[in-house]
Write a protein that binds this ligand. Structure first.
Ligand SMILES: CC(C)(COP(=O)(O)OP(=O)(O)OC[C@H]1O[C@@H](n2cnc3c(N)ncnc32)[C@H](O)[C@@H]1OP(=O)(O)O)[C@@H](O)C(=O)NCCC(=O)NCCS
Length: 142
């Protein structure tokens, strides 16, 4: 089940984030974006347990997406991106930065029809980012 994030979910989101990213994000990052745009933060729940989340901007930028390692490869990440797409501004297309070394996320976005648009050198300090963009940007089909 997908629903909007509430502050009661913060602990689980931080836990999942820690298990998911090379450099985990501080709790304040999630609080900040939640207070900024509470409607752009969704969680995926399985039997009452939050197992994934997505945070995005309505202009299309997918800011943070992660699924608990125990629940990956079940279509949860795809459903979270699909949910975000429903809430983008008209005409906006989703895109995300991905670490050059994060091959899993690159394959994930490619499976969803994203293409690698450009490289941002040293975006993560000592590592480049690929900007992955939904291919409808170029094909015109959503
Ligand atoms: C990337 C991530 C969110 C994917 O979540 P997920 O729930 O496992 O993804 P899904 O099950 O919805 O997979 C959707 C598609 O991506 C593909 N995919 C997912 N993980 C993959 C992997 N590790 N390697 C290759 N393909 C992968 C799936 O095979 C599936 O393709 P299909 O529909 O053609 O079979 C998850 O691996 C994760 O949390 N990673 C750590 C955090 C991260 O990197 N976030 C993104 C940063 S930008």
């Amino acid at each position: 089940m997908i629903r909007r994030f509430s502050l009661a979910d913060l602990k689980r989101v931080v836990e999942i984030d820690k298990k998911s990213f090379k450099v985990p994000h501080d709790e304040w990052v999630f609080r900040y974006y939640y207070f900024l745009s509470p409607k752009n933060f969704f969680v995926y729940e399985v039997e009452g347990l939050v197992v994934g989340f997505i945070l995005f901007e309505r202009e299309g930028h997918l800011l943070y997406l992660a699924v608990d390692p125990l629940y990956r490869k079940r279509g949860i990440g795809r459903r979270l991106v699909d949910e975000a797409k429903k809430h983008l501004k008209e005409g906006a297309y989703p895109w995300a930065e991905v670490r050059r070394s994060n091959l899993a996320a690159q394959s994930f976005y490619q499976s969803l029809g994203f293409i690698r648009e450009k490289v941002i050198p040293n975006y993560y300090g000592n590592e480049d980012a690929y900007v992955m963009v939904a291919s409808q940007k170029t094909s015109g089909s959503c």
